[in-house]
Design a protein around this ligand. Sequence first.
Ligand SMILES: CCCCCCCCCCCCCC(=O)SCCNC(=O)CCNC(=O)[C@H](O)C(C)(C)COP(=O)(O)OP(=O)(O)OC[C@H]1O[C@@H](n2cnc3c(N)ncnc32)[C@H](O)[C@@H]1OP(=O)(O)O
Length: 221
Amino acid sequence: MSESVQSGVRPGNGVRSGDDVHEHHGGFPVFTPVQAGPNYGEFVESLRRLQDLAVSTHLPDDVVDDAIARVNALSDMLEPHRVSEGKSPAGFNRQLPGRGSLLLLPWLFEKVEVDGIRSRGVFRLFHRGGNSAAHGGTIGLLFDDMLGMIVYASGHPIARTAYLHVNYRQVTPLETELVLEGRVDRVEGRKLFCTAELRDLDGTVLADCEALMIELLPGQP
Ligand SMILES: CCCCCCCCCCCCCC(=O)SCCNC(=O)CCNC(=O)[C@H](O)C(C)(C)COP(=O)(O)OP(=O)(O)OC[C@H]1O[C@@H](n2cnc3c(N)ncnc32)[C@H](O)[C@@H]1OP(=O)(O)O
């Protein structure tokens, strides 16, 4: 397999040896993963802190005006460095929480293997739904993102989520370390049936999901 990979995807430990399935990812463009610089993780974490504060403060108008000016100044500083998809380290750096993406939950992988993945992290204040619980959509986001990694780790080409059925079993707390485990349960042609569970550190299942991932055909977006 060449250094260039599609969507930054690279087989995990123990993926079928000599298999070139990762060269065939439907219509996904070929990306060469961009390595994050030494301070990139801190940069993304600073932005997460900003988002936490944006949803958990009640600011006087003059502070709002000052914040707008400063955030705009920061954006103006970043603007000249805008690049197209696949040219930013965001989302491609597995050693960083949320792979260095501001969209994704700031979780880290503990295990990425053919038989499944395990990831650990917290829901942040800016993921709040109501009454100190994680927003249900952010739980779906976590599962959907992990499904991509489950498929990748299992050695299958890129697949898209055809359906994702989430069972919300318990209220999911914010700012509390949690664990997610998931795997491909069975394969029928292009159809990968996956399951995953989100648990607290006592082992209580907070949410689980069942999903159908479908391997993309050549040219499929
Ligand atoms: C650092 C490393 C990073 C790595 C991270 C990894 C990044 C990964 C990035 C990737 C991120 C990935 C995550 C995301 O993208 S998640 C984004 C959300 N998902 C999408 O946008 C997908 C949109 N949908 C589609 O593109 C198409 O519908 C797909 C491609 C899914 C299938 O359309 P296609 O035309 O190809 O297939 P088909 O319709 O002939 O169906 C084929 C078979 O499947 C069965 N079927 C279909 N749908 C359903 C359903 N809902 N329930 C039950 N069954 C269903 C169907 O009956 C048939 O079965 P059979 O008759 O053959 O038995």
